[in-house]
Design a protein around this ligand. Structure first.
Ligand code: FES
Length: 97
């Protein structure tokens, strides 16, 4: 189960194949901003509060856009990160602004 926490909406959703965190948020009506969907604008930035080890490795775009300390702290780009394995995952939308 994946808990998605938007600015106002919070939902529990099922993991789905190759869908990114942003894909899941949009599909389930969780308020999550985005712009490029290519990993460059960081509008979709989020914090993995639980279950970081169940996600895909950061993409090259994430490694370019996020500071190593952010990745270390659990920040990801919603349009890039995919939940790969079942288990409890909690993700909160946390853009820079
Ligand atoms: S939507 Fe631009 S980095 Fe994710």
């Amino acid at each position: 189960m994946i808990t998605l926490i938007g600015r106002k909406v919070r939902k529990e959703v099922e993991r789905e194949g190759g869908l990114t965190i942003l894909d899941l948020a949009m599909k389930h009506g969780v308020d999550w901003s985005f712009s490029c969907t290519r990993g460059t604008c960081a509008r979709c930035r989020c914090l993995i509060k639980e279950g970081n080890g169940l996600l895909s490795e950061p993409t090259d775009a994430e490694l370019d856009r996020l500071e190593p300390e952010e990745i270390e702290a659990g920040f990801r780009l919603g349009c890039q990160a995919v939940v790969k394995q079942d288990g409890p995952v909690t993700v909160q939308y946390k853009p820079y602004f």
